[in-house]
Ligand binder design. Structure first.
Ligand code: ADP
Ligand code: ZN
Length: 434
């Protein structure tokens, strides 16, 4: 069995919980330094670490939502001087305003350590070559995983996503054993191998770390059998740094949440009360080890459950099951979060656009395709098609700027898109259900 930090990964439960309590109290102290949490905590009667006597006292703390982070944009959640910040990452907000997460040098060091722990758990190490086929930049998956794999001693290829031909060349030339990618990109890559003239036997690939989007056990098996590798599930979200929150070990039976860094709750999304182990609920996390920016009881909207019982790997950190769905309308398109409200905001700011619109998400091969259909004002449909083409380009550019991924744009005459009775149906997601 391979561990990165054996003592911490196998710490008896009592030790983990003692550490959590100590760190929760420190986190509350830091939260009281932020303009955002101070009034909320005071209203709840939480005046300092002394208000938290046991882990159960977490119920005194307020929940945090993505909208709260948006409202606190850009600096409302900082709990350290700006000079101490060394990195920021951002992910989509529910509208154009992104949510931003900051890190101090010590925060980055801890995050990198959780990632080194994660990439090691399935058995990889310094002998491995790690190809990171995830977007670098504001997303957390690129740089985060990059530094984690480096710390674990692997040779890291910062390939970024896309360009199957080049990915395969890198894999062949450098003997890549381990990759990080979305599951849909793995399927896409596999389907293009024959076209690219690359035989499986010419690759040294052993394992893939797949996350950033939901996928089923069947998809895992499909990638595994087609490529003859092991696929490990990786879960994270920017609010909790990004990847390195929960990761599968070599037993591939649920993801260990690194509980010395993250306090996990599973709640009934309607009542906010905890559900028992084994039962499905919404995952809620409190980050216990970030100096720059505390986040208390973050409502992920992701549905999962705690897997009861011990894992044969010896790790004492609890496991969560594969993400089973979401409680909100967030779409994940090729690993990127898209909120229908972001699309709406872009469209409704353009006077030439009408009021009826529809988002279509479908599978094109193994990848997702996003199409935005919208009605436009009647005067746009004249003999001269240039204004219409120009408008289409503008909608496409504005959408790209807001949601960060390319969408097809279709402009329709008024009254031509289906009108739903009652609540408008804005999303048609025809992808196979999990
Ligand atoms: P990312 O860059 O990983 O997409 P974000 O913070 O933008 O990070 O998005 C996080 C969301 O992505 C999660 O709340 C969850 O809905 C989804 N996600 C991430 N990893 C997985 C996974 N392994 N399985 C299912 N969904 C995932
Ligand atoms: Zn395990």
């Amino acid at each position: 069995m391979k561990y990165w930090d054996k003592r911490m990964e196998t710490l008896p439960r009592a030790g983990i919980e003692a550490l959590q309590l100590e760190r929760l109290r420190a986190t509350v102290s830091r939260a009281l330094l932020t303009p955002f949490y101070k009034p909320l905590l005071e209203k709840a009667g939480v005046t300092g670490p002394e208000s938290i006597c046991s882990l159960a006292d977490i119920s005194k703390l307020p929940f945090t939502s993505k909208n709260d982070l948006r409202d606190a944009y850009p600096f409302g959640l900082l709990s350290c001087p700006r000079a101490e910040l060394v990195r920021l990452h951002a992910s989509s907000g529910t509208t154009g305003t992104p949510t931003v997460i900051y890190q101090t040098r010590a925060d980055l060091d801890r995050w990198t350590d959780f990632l080194a722990r994660s990439v090691t758990a399935p058995g990889a190490g310094p002998e491995d070559v790690f190809q990171n086929m995830i977007t670098y930049g504001l997303f957390t998956g690129g740089l985060g995983m990059h530094y984690g794999a480096e710390r674990a001693g692997m040779l890291v290829i910062p390939a970024g996503p896309g360009n199957v031909g080049r990915q395969l060349m890198l894999m062949k030339d450098f003997g890549t054993t381990t990759v990080h990618a979305t599951p849909s990109f793995m399927l896409h890559l596999q389907s293009k191998m024959a076209d690219e003239g690359v035989a499986r036997s010419s690759l040294s690939l052993k394992r893939a770390y797949c996350g950033a989007e939901p996928y089923s056990e069947d998809t895992r098996r499909k990638i595994e059998s087609m490529l003859g590798i092991d696929v490990y599930n990786s879960y994270g979200l920017s609010e909790m740094n990004g990847p390195g929150l929960a990761f599968e070990c070599s037993f591939k039976d649920g993801m260990h949440v690194w509980e010395d860094g993250f306090l996990l709750e599973v709640i009934d999304p309607d009542t906010g009360l905890p559900v028992p182990d084994g039962e499905r609920g919404e995952l809620v996390f409190t980050i216990l080890c970030r100096d720059a920016m505390p986040i208390l009881r973050y409502r992920t909207h992701d549905l999962s459950s705690v897997i009861p019982g011990d894992c044969p790997c010896g790790r004492t950190h609890r496991r969560i099951a594969r993400i089973m769905g979401r409680t909100d309308d967030m779409l994940i398109v090729n690993g990127v979060n898209v909120f229908p409200s972001q699309v709406e905001e872009v469209l409704m700011r353009m006077p030439e656009v009408g009021t009826n619109w529809l988002i279509v998400v479908e599978k094109e091969g193994s990848l997702d395709r996003l199409t935005v259909k919208t009605e436009v004002q009647p005067n746009m449909f004249a003999d001269d098609s240039r204004p219409l083409n120009a408008l289409r380009d503008r909608v496409r550019e504005k959408l790209q700027a807001s949601i960060t991924i390319g969408a097809r744009v279709e402009l329709h005459e008024p009254g031509s898109l289906p009108i739903s009775e009652g609540k408008a149906k804005r999303v048609l997601d025809t992808r196979p259900k999990l």
